[in-house]
Design a protein around this ligand. Structure first.
Ligand code: KIV
Ligand code: NA
Length: 279
C-alpha cells in the first residue's frame, strides 16, 4: 500500500471521500488497523485507560506516549499516524507545545500531532505548524478538560455553545491545523461546522456530516467485558472480548482435562534414541 500523506487526505477531502481513522496503542493494534485499510491511525491518549488501566487521560506522561507511538509506527507503515499530545505537555506555552510535538515526531516517529482546544490553543497550533509538524485539532468534548467541562457531556447544544464551537473550529483552521476532531456534538452543528470549514472534520459522536470518522479501537471491536458502559455514539462492530474469553476458557479447560497438548502438538523422537534414553 502507498503511504497516506497530508496530500492524500486533502485529495479525499476534495472529492468528499470519507476519511477513516481508528486508534491504536501498540504494534498488533496498529498492524491490524493497517491491514484493514485505515487511512489514519491515532495514538490517542485514551490508551491511558485502554492500555494502561489508568482512571483518565490526565495521568499519562509524554514519555509513555512516546513508547506507544514508537510501537504503533513499527506496526503500521501506510496509514497517516497522529500522536496525541498528553495533558501537561503543551498548554504552558507555544514553546512547550512545539518542543513536545518535536519529541513525538523525532522519537515517537508519528507524522502529525493532535491537541485539545480551540481559540486558546491557536498560538500553539501556529507554532507547531510553523515548525513543519502537521496538527490535528480537537474541539467539542475534550476529555483532558473533563473537570472543567463537568464530566463527559455533549457540547454545542445551545446557540451559544454551537457558536463557540464554530469560533473554535475557525480559529484552529486559521492557525494552520490540517483537520479538526469534533467530539460529542449534535449532528446538525457538526455538519454546519464542516460546511463552513476548508479543512476536514473528523467526527466522533458528531453524526454523519463530518469529513471522516474516528473511533477507539477497543470500543468499536468490542474488546471490553459485558456490562461495561460505552458512549451512545459507539457502534460495536465486533466481539473481541467474547472471542478472547472463549479461546482462553477453552485452553484452560483442555489443560485441566489433560486434552491439550495432543499428539499433533508434540515433537517426535527417533525410536532408537528413545529406547536408549529409557534404559
Ligand atoms: O484519545 C483518543 O482516543 C481520542 C479520540 C477519541 C479522538 O482523542
Ligand atoms: Na485523546
Amino acid at each position: 500500500r502507498k503511504k497516506v500523506t497530508l496530500q492524500t487526505l486533502q485529495a479525499m477531502y476534495s472529492r468528499q471521500e470519507p476519511i477513516t481513522m481508528i486508534t491504536a496503542h501498540d504494534f498488533p493494534s496498529a498492524h491490524v488497523a493497517e491491514h484493514a485499510g485505515m487511512d489514519m491511525i491515532l495514538v490517542g491518549d485514551s490508551l491511558a485507560m485502554v492500555a494502561l488501566g489508568m482512571e483518565d487521560t490526565s495521568e499519562v506522561l509524554l514519555e509513555e506516549m512516546l513508547l506507544h507511538c514508537k510501537s504503533v509506527c513499527r506496526g503500521a507503515k501506510a496509514p497517516f499516524i497522529v500522536g496525541d499530545l498528553p495533558m501537561g505537555s503543551y498548554e504552558v506555552s507555544p514553546e512547550q507545545a512545539v518542543q513536545s510535538a518535536i519529541r513525538l515526531v523525532k522519537e515517537g516517529r508519528v507524522q502529525a500531532v493532535k491537541l485539545e482546544g480551540g481559540v486558546e490553543m491557536a498560538p500553539a497550533i501556529a507554532k507547531i505548524t510553523g515548525a513543519g509538524i502537521p496538527v490535528l485539532a480537537h474541539i467539542g468534548l475534550t476529555p483532558q478538560r473533563q473537570n472543567a467541562l463537568g464530566g463527559f457531556r455533549v457540547q454545542g447544544k445551545s446557540v451559544a455553545g454551537a457558536l463557540k464551537l464554530l469560533q473554535d473550529a475557525q480559529a484552529v483552521q486559521q492557525a494552520g491545523a490540517f483537520g479538526v476532531v469534533l467530539e460529542a456534538i449534535p449532528e446538525p452543528v457538526a455538519t454546519l461546522v464542516t460546511k463552513k470549514l476548508q479543512i476536514p472534520t473528523i467526527g466522533i459522536g458528531a453524526g454523519n456530516g463530518c469529513s471522516g470518522q474516528v473511533l477507539v479501537q477497543v470500543d468499536m471491536s468490542g474488546y471490553f467485558p459485558p456490562g461495561r458502559r460505552i458512549p451512545k455514539f459507539v457502534k460495536k462492530f465486533g466481539d473481541l472480548w467474547g472471542e478472547a474469553s472463549r479461546a482462553i476458557e477453552a485452553y484452560r479447560e483442555e489443560v485441566k482435562a489433560r486434552s491439550y497438548p495432543g499428539p499433533e502438538h508434540n515433537y517426535p523422537m527417533a525410536k532408537e534414541e528413545l529406547e536408549e534414553f529409557a534404559k
